[in-house]
Design a protein around this ligand. Structure first.
Ligand code: HPA
Length: 270
C-alpha cells in the first residue's frame, strides 16, 4: 500500500497538484460546486495510476485541483462505493492520496435517506456521528499500522468547530440544517421496512451507502473531517413507497444551491 500511495501521489504532484489544504468528496447533490472552482488541473480517475476506475455512470470520475475562496483544494468529482464491487481499501485510497499531497481537512457530501421523520426531503443534515453497518473496516488489512494507529480513535470523528461553523452559516443564510447520526449500509438495494425500523431503533437519523469508510480513514490519518448529507427520501416504514431513483436525484439537486452556500462559506472561513 505504501508504495502505491507514494507512486500515485508523485504522479499527481508532478501533474501540478501542489500543496492542497482541503480535500472535498462530492457526492450526489454537490456536483455543481465544481462550477465555482477556479480549476488549475484535472485528471480522470482512469488515468491515475493505482486508482480504482469509475463505474457509476452519473459520476464523472475526475480529480480536480484548483482554488475556491482563496484556498487550494483538491476535489473528488465522484466517489467509489463498495456496492460497485470495490474493496474498502479501494474506496478509501483517494483519501490517503489527498492526505499525502498535503490536505489537513476533508469535507464530504452524500445523499441519504431520512430515518428521522422530522427531517424532510431536500433538507440538509450535518453528520455528528456515525454507525458503521458495512460489515468491515477500511483499516482491516495487513500492514495498516505502517500508515497510522491500527486501533484508530473514533471518540470524535467529526470536527466540532467545523460543524459549529456550518450551523452559523446555515443560520445566517436561512438554510434548514439538521444534525444527526448517519448509518452506512452496503447497498445497492434500498432497505426493507424492517430494516428502516431497525435503523431507527439503533439511533440513526439518516442512512446511506457511502462516507463512513472515508471518514474512518481520514481519522486514521488525523485529518479534520466534516460531512453533510442531503436527505433525498423519507424512510417511513409505516408508509413506504417503491423507490424512485430519479426522484432521489431530483431531491438531491433541489438542495444543491444550499449545499454550495454551506461549503463555499465554510471554506472561506477555514
Ligand atoms: N437508503 C440508503 N441509501 C440511500 C437512501 C436510502 O433510503 N436514500 C438515499 N441514499
Amino acid at each position: 500500500m505504501i508504495k502505491f500511495i507514494e507512486e500515485t501521489a508523485e504522479y499527481l504532484f508532478n501533474k501540478g497538484f501542489k500543496k492542497p489544504e482541503i480535500g472535498i468528496i462530492l457526492g450526489t447533490g454537490l456536483g455543481q460546486l465544481v462550477d465555482e472552482i477556479n480549476i488549475l488541473k484535472e485528471v480522470s480517475y482512469n488515468h491515475i495510476p493505482n486508482f480504482p476506475t469509475a463505474t457509476v455512470e452519473f459520476h464523472k470520475g475526475k480529480l480536480i485541483y484548483g482554488e475556491l475562496e482563496g484556498k487550494k483544494i483538491i476535489v473528488m468529482q465522484g466517489r467509489f462505493h463498495i456496492y460497485e464491487g470495490y474493496t474498502l481499501q479501494d474506496v478509501t485510497f483517494p483519501v490517503r492520496i489527498m492526505q499525502k499531497l498535503g490536505i489537513s481537512t476533508l469535507l464530504v457530501s452524500n445523499a441519504a435517506g431520512a430515518i428521522n421523520l422530522n427531517y424532510k426531503k431536500s433538507e440538509l443534515m450535518i453528520i455528528e456521528d456515525h454507525i458503521n453497518l458495512q460489515g468491515s473496516s477500511p483499516l482491516a488489512f495487513k500492514g495498516v499500522e505502517e500508515l497510522g494507529e491500527r486501533f484508530a480513535d473514533m471518540s470524535a470523528p467529526y470536527d466540532f468547530d467545523i460543524n459549529s461553523k456550518f450551523k452559523a452559516i446555515a443560520k445566517a443564510n436561512n438554510i434548514t440544517l439538521h444534525e444527526g447520526v448517519y448509518a452506512s449500509v452496503v447497498g445497492p438495494q434500498l432497505e426493507t421496512r424492517a430494516e428502516y425500523r431497525m435503523l431507527k431503533i439503533l439511533g440513526a437519523d439518516a442512512v446511506g451507502m457511502s462516507t463512513v469508510p472515508e471518514i474512518i480513514v481520514a481519522n486514521h490519518l488525523n485529518l479534520k473531517v466534516a460531512a453533510v448529507s442531503v436527505l433525498t427520501d423519507e424512510c417511513d416504514p409505516g408508509n413506504l413507497k417503491p423507490v424512485d431513483i430519479a426522484d432521489i436525484i431530483a431531491n438531491a439537486e433541489k438542495a444543491e444551491p444550499n449545499m454550495i452556500v454551506l461549503f463555499k462559506e465554510l471554506i472561506k472561513n477555514l
